[in-house]
Ligand binder design. Sequence first.
Ligand SMILES: O=C(O)CCC(=O)C(=O)O
Ligand SMILES: [Fe+2]
Length: 298
Amino acid sequence: MTTCNLRRLTSRSATEEAIVAALDGDGAVIIEDLAKGALANDVTEQLSPWFNDTPPGDGLFFGRRTVRFGGVITKSTASHQMCLHPLVLSAVEKILLRSCTSIQLNLSQAISIGAGEPEQILHGDDEMWMAPRNGTEYMINAMWALTDFTKENGATRIVPGSHKGPVRRMVDESELTYAEMPAGSVVLWCGSAMHGGGANTTKTNRSGVVMSYSLGWLRQAENQYLVAPPDVARTMPARLRDLIGYQIHEPNLGHFEGQDPRLLFEDGALARPLPFRDHLPQSAKEELIAYYSQVAAE
Ligand SMILES: O=C(O)CCC(=O)C(=O)O
Ligand SMILES: [Fe+2]
């Protein structure tokens, strides 16, 4: 397997094309300083009660000296700017819309790796779905740094190029890259890329927030309808509601009483029974029209 270092873009040089090329080519990419102004600090501040009160994880995979919690989108309104970052979203869509009609939020999760935490086992995040890859990319994760990420404090370990190969737990140190980056930067990786949290050999925490996006027809890792039930979702930006899953994935996936769940947020739209309707991509509509005109002609 050929190895390479990760491409490192900046908020100035990053374009959708450059991000997509790096993800396709290497399986991951770093974009330095993409969070504007005080965004990383604002998110940290809004999440601080949970960083302070959440006990460390329980389990070898999630780590026993790592504080981790979900539902970041409901705990920090500032995090919406990360989740909905236009450049990240458009690059992620460019890749994932090859295999779905709309993408979704797989999870939003804060991860604070504490002093003395050993390295996390290398894994592909898409291993949670029992499906063969056959070249399909199921997910892309965006890890936003809330503190500086260094090799010493547990910067994410990534094996560039591994998204094109099988799951491999053990690799030579020379194949690893550490996603070192200043707070406010983001590292994106494909669900198929081998990676894991780094060991924290310092005395301070390495904190970040993961916004994970997946194909719109998969089961979400984090149950987004419990994170944001309709009354919570109602207060959120429409694009975020869509990502949570309050929208149709064509054809006919995720409907409510035959309706697009977006109707939930239009006053009175679901007040009385409505005709059950098709939610189809254009190609399927055309196929149906052709089929029924043929049947009518016979
Ligand atoms: O904390 C990190 O750097 C990565 C964590 C991770 O990959 C995971 O928990 O799936
Ligand atoms: Fe992971």
